[in-house]
Design a protein around this ligand. Structure first.
Ligand code: ATP
Ligand code: CA
Ligand code: CA
Length: 394
């Protein structure tokens, strides 16, 4: 499959920023620090301390000489993120190699509307997203609860965060770039054929691309979805229970605007990434879990499959009777797939701008169809939708 994004080489407008980021990460991660325990003292979450590290090009006592511009680096709650990486089983050396190795990062052509930039590491394992100041504020605020949540629920679907940093460019402009490092949900050996960003709202939730331009890298939305995801019964139950816990957490943190990102890999072999809806199987046929070469589909391995990653499933084709209908009617046409999914974009709180957006869009549209709603409503609508597009395999 075609790799996503543009490699950031010398001459790219963000080349120096990438170098700064890599220098900073190497500095932060490479530093020896005690992380024996997963228990954190409340002071670890203290964000008041202003810890800027100077990175002069000529080098300093604590930083190496470098080829980039003069900058400062800030690491937010380093001990918390160090502990999170440990909790998520990220080896520090591998982490550094992924982000700071000799291979350049790739810049994605801004997949969201928010103006954030996205970068992928060369091995596709990590996604780096630039953040608004308000998003940093939200993450800092919810970090203790987030830490608690991901520690308690091993199967949580919420985005894994590995680091939160800021680069301040020296000189007259003093531009600040904040970014978060997270796991790439769709980092897989198997090819992803379709990806969906699902919220459970309908207004504007359709791709603006013509059908012929839709490919594996297009992010499709709620109204583009023509499938029901059918999971093995016990996984479906696990899925529902985890979505409930994750939504409770997000609701408590007053978060909204998040989505379930779903990547689909069709297992029917014949299918090319450019094809549209998969061809139907005979109605009512049993799930075919092929074993050809792919250990993921081997029942012996099912026990070790983590929720949301490498999940063998079937998709059932649906038909929508109205344009605005969110979940179409099942057709009993099935395809074997492997699913990848998780909850992303969890740093938007219901702030004044979202309340205003809700107010003015409510004049024009059905207020339950727009994305910007109160976190309680948001979470309810999100779950209702997920429990309709996901179902058990019967
Ligand atoms: P907006 O607020 O307009 O929705 P945004 O800039 O906040 O946009 P996100 O919603 O976080 O951006 O992400 C945009 C797209 O990037 C997602 O739809 C998804 O395709 C991809 N993406 C984001 N986070 C991840 C992740 N952790 N793993 C894989 N893909 C991701
Ligand atoms: Ca989003
Ligand atoms: Ca967003």
């Amino acid at each position: 499959a075609k790799r996503q994004g543009v490699t950031i080489c010398k001459g790219h407008k963000n080349y120096e920023l990438m170098l700064n980021l890599q220098l900073g990460i190497r500095h932060s991660v490479g530093r020896p620090a005690p992380t024996k325990s997963l228990k954190l003292k409340p002071t670890a979450f203290d964000t008041q301390q202003k810890l800027w590290t100077k990175f002069p090009p000529e080098g300093s006592k604590h930083t190496p000489p470098h080829q980039s511009c003069d900058f400062r680096w800030k690491d937010y709650c380093p001990l918390v993120f160090r502990t999170l990486r440990k909790l998520f089983n990220v080896d520090p050396a591998d982490y550094m190699l992924s982000i700071c190795g000799n291979d350049a990062l790739r810049e994605l052509s801004s997949p969201g509307k928010s103006g954030s930039f996205f970068y992928l590491t060369h091995d596709d394992k990590y996604m780096i997203k630039t953040m608004k100041k308000s998003e940093v504020k939200v993450l800092k605020r919810m970090l203790p609860a987030y830490y608690d949540h991901v520690k308690t629920f091993e199967n949580t679907l919420v985005t894994k965060f590995f680091g939160l940093h800021c680069v301040k460019l020296s000189g007259p402009i003093q531009k600040k770039v904040r970014f978060v490092i997270m796991g790439n949900l769709l980092c897989t050996e198997v090819p992803i054929h379709r990806r969906y960003d699902l919220k459970g709202s309908s207004h504007g939730r359709i791709t603006d691309k013509p059908e012929t331009e839709i490919d594996a890298n297009t992010t499709l939305k709620d109204l583009d979805l023509k499938f029901i995801f059918r999971l093995r019964k016990d996984w479906f139950q696990e899925f529902c229970s985890q979505v409930n816990k994750d939504c409770d957490f997000l609701e408590q943190e007053r978060i909204m605007d998040y989505s379930l990102l779903v990547g689909i890999s069709f297992q029917d072999g014949s299918r090319e990434a450019s094809e549209g809806v998969p061809e139907p199987e005979s109605p009512g046929s049993a799930p075919r879990l092929s074993t050809d070469g792919d250990a993921v589909l081997n029942p012996a391995r099912w026990a070790s499959i983590r929720l949301g990653i490498n999940m063998p499933a079937r998709v059932e084709v649906t038909v929508r009777s109205h344009e605005t209908q969110l979940v179409g009617d099942p057709t009993q046409e099935f395809s074997d797939v492997i699913l990848f999914f998780g909850i992303i974009d969890i740093l938007q709180d219901y702030d004044i701008s979202k309340k205003l957006e809700h107010a003015y869009k409510s004049f024009q549209y059905d207020s339950t169809s727009i994305s910007a709603v109160d976190p309680r409503l948001y979470s309810k609508r999100f779950r209702d939708f997920m429990f309709r597009v996901f179902a058990d395999d019967s």
